[in-house]
Design a protein around this ligand. Structure first.
Ligand code: HEC
Length: 158
């Protein structure tokens, strides 16, 4: 019995070690989830919908940046990246910001800042390698945050 438990322990820890090795979110310089559970952020239904809508915008603008870079269309890269920047439409409204944990906000800030750096690259250097590297860096941030957080909301009260 004790041996079976031990083997099971070794198998289970082996699986987790492998998962840690291949799971890109766990290799980022961001606190690893302490358990398999993601931290839940509670918002109102409207705020929840706003957040998800802005997330879909982030996905769409990331695709536009990639498409612009592939086709050497720096105008498109700059326009899409600006939308994801600190002053772009993908920024969360203050009411939502106040409910977000600090590490979440820091990761979000870094994401917006990197989109602004992509704008600069597109407008000043047109360096596609640099743009792709920064986009990849940002996609890693998306993956990391999604691995660590989830959003939930209470149903509308009336
Ligand atoms: C700081 C945290 C954070 C970052 C950075 C982040 N997201 Fe999200 N995203 C979330 C959370 C939280 C959810 C909700 C997931 C859940 O509740 O399970 C979400 C959901 C989404 C969804 C699902 C939307 C829907 O309608 O269900 C998409 C698509 C998405 N994110 C795209 C992105 C992309 C692309 C990036 C990077 C450019 C990104 N996100 C960066 C936190 C983040």
């Amino acid at each position: 019995m004790a041996l079976t438990m031990r083997i099971r322990y070794i198998l289970v820890s082996g699986v987790f070690a492998c998962a840690g090795a291949i799971h890109p979110a766990w290799s980022a310089d961001f606190p690893q989830p302490k358990t398999a559970l993601r931290e839940a952020i509670t918002l109102t239904l409207e705020e929840h919908e706003t957040v998800l809508g802005k997330m879909r915008d982030l996905l769409a603008l990331s695709q536009l940046i990639l498409d612009g870079a592939v086709n050497a269309n720096m105008k498109q890269v700059a326009m899409a990246a600006r939308e994801g920047g600190l002053h772009g439409g993908a920024h969360m409204p203050p009411s939502v910001q106040a409910k977000l944990p600090l590490p979440f906000r820091q990761l979000a800030q870094a994401t917006h800042r990197t989109f602004d750096e992509i704008v600069q690259e597109a407008e000043q250097t047109g360096n596609r390698d640099a743009i792709l590297r920064k986009l990849s860096e940002n996609l890693q941030r998306c993956v990391t945050c999604h691995a660590n957080y989830t959003v939930r909301s209470a149903p509308r009260s009336q």
